[in-house]
Ligand binder design. Structure first.
Ligand SMILES: Cc1ncc(COP(=O)(O)O)c(C=O)c1O
Length: 395
């Protein structure tokens, strides 16, 4: 049955795709071996460098983020190699399972899913590993299942302090283009990204940003790889082409997405996410509900996971909100199933979209008899009005 009015896609990705990007994707498909194609390839590779904050190599896969996870592992490691991972939530767990299925040995530092990676535990494990058994440290920057961010620069320092040569791999699938991230400055070896979150594109593209050290490691890495091979990509990309058919229309959309982010300016993009996140948290606190991330310094600016009261169903609440107001919220994943709902505040949105979503959540909470305190929006508005574009313009 038709529902009137705009549907609000407030999940933590895929995010709302702005019309100029949809229009670019909807352009006629071009010849990916034709004379005009290299200018598109070179343009998007250069623009991606600004987003990853790197002057190094980047490869673009016609795949979801899971593909770029696999690419990071198979290009740099050999069967039996040890990878140190930190249990931050559902996505770190899926990456661990993938690594194990590829024949790697994973040391999984335990976590309670309520905070980012434990830097102290990483540092002590690296310090113990004098023989250099650990070949890579793999971290999820923004854990999309919990709304907790790991401190990548501190993990880099931990590697340096321990004098450990392991590669540093970071998943930025839900932080890229939303939360400050610096591939070169933080000396990350492989950064994994995806199109469908901060970059405001549909799902379908994913990325590896690659350090020179990672490229050297790839020369000796023996896990089988064909589709994911960096060297084939980098060699073809140098001439503006791809080793196989790229997702041409998505690349046309990517060009526009990168221009839009450039036009807004990355610092402004990050602060827009920060204030939406703070407004959301103030609203949630007023309702009397608990923010799932237990460490304020690690709160995510891309999403907020909210715990529902004991004996209540987060999924039933989400379903009420969708039916009542046409707002889709993220579900609880893995062990958080039915316990939390996740509010995505990333990608293309403004104050009106945020306030609309929060109003719909409040209506749903009240309709579901969750015993919350009404009036959370006033707290969100107070944040937006003290830290907003109007104030910036007046200064
Ligand atoms: C942090 C993180 N890593 C990995 C993935 C997997 O990416 P995909 O579903 O695009 O394959 C996701 C998906 O949401 C994610 O949020």
């Amino acid at each position: 049955m038709r529902s009137a009015g705009r549907h609000f896609l407030q999940i933590p990705g895929p995010t709302n795709v702005p019309l100029p990007i949809l229009a670019a994707i909807g352009q006629p498909t071009v010849d990916h071996r034709g004379p005009d194609f290299p200018s598109l390839t070179l343009n998007v590779l250069e623009g991606l460098g600004r987003i990853f904050q790197t002057s190094g190599d980047i490869v673009i896969y016609p795949a979801s983020g899971t593909g770029a996870w696999e690419a990071a592992l198979v290009n740099t490691l050999s069967a039996g190699d040890t990878v140190l991972m930190a249990e931050t939530g559902h996505f770190s767990t899926l990456w661990r399972i993938m690594a194990t299925r590829l024949g790697l040995k994973v040391e999984f530092l335990p976590g309670d899913w309520r905070r980012g990676a434990d830097v102290g535990a990483i540092e002590s494990r690296l310090a113990e590993d004098r023989s250099g058994t650990i070949k890579a440290v793999a971290i999820v920057h923004n854990e999309t299942s919990t709304g907790a961010v790991s401190n990548v620069s501190a993990i880099r320092r931990a590697l340096n302090t321990a004098g450990h040569p392991a590669l540093l791999m970071v998943d930025t699938i839900s932080s890229l283009g939303s939360i400050d991230y610096r591939h070169d400055e933080w000396q990350v070896d492989i950064t994994v990204g995806g199109s469908q979150k901060g970059l405001m594109l549909p799902p379908g593209l994913s990325f590896n940003a690659i350090s020179q050290k990672a490229r050297r490691a790839a020369k000796n890495a023996r896990l089988p790889r064909v589709f994911w091979d960096w060297e084939d990509m980098i060699a073809a990309n140098a001439k503006g082409y791809f080793p196989y058919t790229p997702a041409t229309n998505m690349l046309q959309g990517l060009k526009v997405a990168l221009e839009m982010l450039q036009d807004e300016g990355l610092p402004a993009v990050f602060s827009r996410h920060d204030r939406a996140a703070e407004a959301t948290r103030q609203c949630v606190r007023h309702w009397g509900l608990e923010i799932w991330c237990a460490e304020p310094a690690e709160y995510s600016s891309a999403l907020t996971a909210v715990l529902v009261p004991e004996n209540q169903s987060a999924d039933a609440l989400r379903s009420t909100i969708l039916k009542q107001s046409g707002v889709s919220l993220g579900n609880g994943l893995g062990r958080l199933a039915d316990r939390v709902f996740r509010v995505g505040h990333l990608g293309d949105f403004n104050d009106a979209s945020l306030l609309g979503a929060l109003a719909a959540i409040e209506a749903g909470l009240l309709a579901s008899g969750m015993g919350i305190r009404a009036g959370g929006l006033s707290k969100a508005i107070a944040v937006l009005n003290t830290d907003g574009p109007l104030q910036a313009a007046a200064e």
